[in-house]
Design a protein around this ligand. Structure first.
Ligand code: S3P
Length: 186
């Protein structure tokens, strides 16, 4: 049966679902599937940043530096949060920005996808598109990011473990958590 979470158009908090968490937790893959399950559009913020800059995230970091990337990231995410209902996958650093966090809190429901260090290393080692992992040992860098960022991701409305089982199980767990959240916040 189709989840009833999209039933009422006025339930803004259930309509804008924002996935946050570290690189490699599966925000894009799970977000895409979650959007299909809920009948919502899916947008990947990093893809949008690449489109508007006309270059890859790595090239943005190389050509303009991280600060310019973060400015672009903020602009793109604030724009997306002002638009129509969707599932939005954010880049791992976005939720650290207090303005982005405040806008997400005002417009939607945030879901922290959480994985073990071992799983993050396994997943991020498959691709070398992430500038923050380009220079150094990915395990060490990710361990440090867990220390720095997990307390901030913990400010999200919901937290779901994404390193066990199939993606479909994670999607089901998110939908259930969103239902509970909706009931508690009605
Ligand atoms: C970053 C995560 C990346 C991307 C950029 C910076 C971060 O997105 O936005 O490389 O600061 O953690 P993913 O989390 O989708 O890999």
């Amino acid at each position: 049966m189709k989840p009833d979470i999209t039933d009422k158009a006025n339930e803004k908090q259930s309509q804008l679902i924002v996935l946050v968490g570290l690189m490699g937790v599966g925000k894009s893959t799970i977000g895409r599937r979650l959007a299909i399950a809920l009948g919502l559009n899916f947008v990947d913020a990093d893809d949008e940043i690449e489109k508007s800059a006309g270059r890859s995230i790595s090239d943005i970091f190389d050509d303009f530096g991280e600060k310019a990337f973060r400015d672009g990231e903020k602009k793109v995410i604030l724009r997306l949060l002002g638009g129509s209902p969707l599932v939005l996958a954010t880049g791992g650093g976005a939720f650290l920005n207090p303005d982005i966090r405040a806008a997400i809190a005002a417009k939607g429901v945030s879901v922290w996808l959480r994985s073990s260090l071992q799983e993050l290393v396994r997943r991020t080692d498959r691709r070398n598109t992430r500038p923050l992992l380009a220079n150094g040992d990915s395990k060490e860098i990710l361990a440090e990011l867990i220390k720095q960022r997990h307390p901030i991701y913990a400010k999200a409305d919901l937290a779901i473990d994404s390193d066990q089982g199939e993606h479909s199980e994670t999607v089901t767990a998110i939908i259930q958590a969103l239902r509970n959240y909706k009931e508690q916040n009605q």
